[in-house]
Ligand binder design. Sequence first.
Ligand code: C2E
Ligand code: CA
Ligand code: CA
Length: 776
Amino acid sequence: MWLARFSRETKDAHIGAVALVAALLVAIALIPTGGADGFEANLRDGRDQLRVAPASGEIAIVEIDGRSLQALEKWPWPRRYHAQAIRELDRLGAEQIAFDVDFSARSTPQDDAALAAAFAEIGQPAIVPTFRQVNRAGELATISEAMPIPEFRQHTFVASVNVFPSANGRVIDYPNGIVTGGVARPSLVNMLARTGGEVESSFRIDQAIDPATIPRISFIDLIEGRVPREDVAGRRVVIGATAIELFDRYPTAFFGVQPGVAIQVQAAETLLQDRVRSTLSQWAMLAVAVVLLAGFLGHRARSSRGASSGSIVAGGVAAAMALTALVLDQATGPYLPLTAPLMFLVAFVIARRTLSATVDLQTERLTDTASGLLNRVAMSGALKRRATAAVAVARIADFGDVIMVLGATGLAEMDRAIARRLRLLTGVETVYRLESGVFAWFMPDTHAGDPEDAFETARTLFNAPFEIGEERFRLSVHFGSAAGSIADAESASELARKRGLSWSANAGALQEETQFRQRLLGELDDALANGAISVVYQPKLRLADGAIADGECLVRWDSAQLGRISPTDFIPILEAKGRIRGLTLFVLDQALARRDQAAVHGHALNLAVNVSAQLLSDGDFIAAAVGRLERAATGLGGITLEITESAPLVDSDTARSALERLHAAGARISIDDYGTGQASLNYLQGFPAQEIKLDQSFIRNLVADRKDQIMVQSTIDLAHALGFVIVAEGVEDAEALAILRERGCDYAQGWEIGRPMPWRDFAAMLRESRQYGAAA
Ligand code: C2E
Ligand code: CA
Ligand code: CA
C-alpha cells in the first residue's frame, strides 16, 4: 500500500534499495556453502582455459615410460641404471639433476654402491626426494618420513615431493616445504625453481601451464646414448615415472590425467614463470559489487535519466567486474573470484523484478488502468487511515451519452479531464474514479461543515464545456457527501441526481427509499385484492362541441400503513421490478366494466388506460390485453391505450407490432407526454397510433409564452396533417383552454375541466355532459 503514494521514479528507487539488501542477505547466506566453492572452482577452470601457457622449456623430464620399462628389466630397476642416467645427464651438461623416485629402501649392495658412487662422482649435488608415508597397522596409522638411504644423502640435496590431492583427486596446492623430524626441508619444486618459500606454506599450481609442452626424454634413450646434447645442456632435469603401469597419476582441470612428475614440473614452472597468483576473498569481491551497484543506482536516482532499468545497471557492474577479472587473468595478476558478486547481482535482478512485478500488481489493483486515476479500492484503503473524513462524490448525469460518443481512449481522456477540473474546483490533490462517471475525494475540513457553498460553485463552474478531440460536452453534475462512507456519499449523489438537486448530504435518505420500495412491493398483491388500489377518472373535453364522452383512468393507492401513495412514486418501482402487468390488467378490467356500465345508460364512453412501454415487449400482457379487448369489441364506446412517447419505442419493431395487435383488437393508441422524448411528429408518421397527447409542460406557460404558443400551434397543425387526433393535458385555466380551442386542438384534459375523480362523480359528469366554455 505504502508504495501507491510514490511516483514511478521514487518507487523504482525504493524497490532498488530493498532488492539490494535482499540480494546481499542471499549472498551472505550462500557464500560459505560448498556450492559456491564448487561453482568458483569450475569458473576458475574455465577462466584458466583462456590463459593456457607453455612451459618455459628450462625444466625437462626424463621419463620412466612404458618403452623404457619394456626395454629394461622388471621394475624396480637395478639402481645402476639410475647411476648410468645421471652420469649421462651430467656428461650432456644438465644444469640440475633431480629424482622423483623412491630411494628409501635398500636394493642390492652392489647397485646401491654404484648409485652412491655416481652421486659422488658427478660434478654437482643431485636432488633426491623424501616424502611422507602413512603406515597402517590395524587401527593405528603413523606417519613416517621416507628419506633416501644414508649413502645417497651424502652428496645430494634432500627435498620433499609431497603432494596433497584435494577431494576430487586433483593436485592444486603445492607446499613450499615441510618440516620432517624437526628439520625444515624445501620442496623439490622450490629447489628446481630456485625460489624460497615459507616452510609449511603452499602456493597454487598454475593449472593453465600445459604439461604437454614440457620437454621429455625417454630414460631408455638416455642410457643408450641416443639423446643429443642440446636436449639436456643447460636444463634442469627431473627423472620420474610417467608409465601408466606405475600408477603415479593425477587428474588435471583440462589436460587429462597427468603423471606426478609432470605435476611437479607444472608446479616448478609456476614458480619459475612467476605465475603464482594471490586470490582475493569472495567477501572482498562482494563488497566491491555492493559498493558499485549502490553507487550506480544512487547516481541514477539523482540524475533524471530514470529510464535504464536496475537490471541493466546490475549487468553493467557484473560485466565490469568480469572484464577486470579476465584482464588480470591474462596479466597473471591477482585472481578475482566472481561467484559472490555474480550471485549477489543475479539475486538483485531477481529480487528487483519480483518486487517490481508485485508493486505493479498492487498499483494495477489501485488504479483505473485506462485513465490512470486511483480507484475505489485505493479510496477505501485511504479511508481506513482517516475513518472520519468527509467523502464527497460527483456524479455526472447522462454519462452514458458521453460513453456512446467517445471511444475507450476518449473516455479515459474525459475521465482525466473531469478529475482535473474537480481538483481545480475543490482544491484537493487526489480525485478517485469510483466508476464510470462517478468521482470522489476527501473534502477539506474547511468545506466539510457546510458543503453547500463549495458544491454550488463547483456545479456552476462545471458547466463550462469539456473538449475531447473534436467533441464538446456540457456535463451536469450532482454532488453527494457523507462522513466516513464512500457508499453513503454515492447514495447521496444518486439521490441528488434523482431529485434534480445540485447536492445532497443526506446519505440515509436513499436507504429509506429502498426500504420503502420493498414494503410497497410486499403490499401490492394485498392492495389489488382488498381495494386499496382504486381507479379515478379524469374527463377529457371534446373542444368541437364541448361534450364529455372520454376520460383517463388513473390509479390511486390508499395504504393503511403508508397513506395515499402517488402513482409517480410506485409506478416506476413496479416497472423496475417487473410487477406492472397485473396492475395494468386490473385497470383495463375496471375501464372495460365502466364502459359497459355507461353503455347501459346509453353513453358511448371511451376510457384511456396508461400502458408502460416495457409491457409492449411482454407477450403475456399483450395476449391478455388482446383477449379482453376482443371480448369487449362490440357495444358502445371503447378503450384508448396511452403509451409514453420515446425514441426507442418508435424504433422498436416489437413495440410496433404489439401496438398493431392491440389496435386490431379494437383499442385506440395514444402517444402520451408528447414532446418530452426524442420522437418528432414526422417520425411518428405511419406509426400505429391515432392520438397525440401534448405534454403538460407545453400547456403550463401557454398563456404567457409566445414560443410555447407557436410550438403548440405547429404541433396541432402537423398532427392534423398526419391524421392524428390531438389532446392537450394539464389545462389549468380558462385562458389556456380558450387558446387551445382557437388553435384547433381536438381535446383538452386538466383541472379546468375536472380533476381525477371517483366513478360516481365522473358518471354524473357524463350525464350532464356540460358544454365547457362553449358559451364564452
Ligand atoms: P399521465 O398519464 O401523464 O397522467 C396525467 C397526470 O397529470 C395525472 O397525475 C393527473 O392527475 C395529472 N393532471 C391532470 N390534469 C392536470 C392539471 O391540470 N394540472 C396538473 N398539474 N396535473 C394534472 P397522476 O394521477 O398523479 O398520474 C401520474 C402518472 O402516473 C401518469 O401520468 C401516468 O404516467 C402514471 N399512471 C397513472 N395511472 C397509471 C396506470 O394505471 N398505469 C400506468 N402504467 N401508469 C399510470
Ligand atoms: Ca396518461
Ligand atoms: Ca401525460
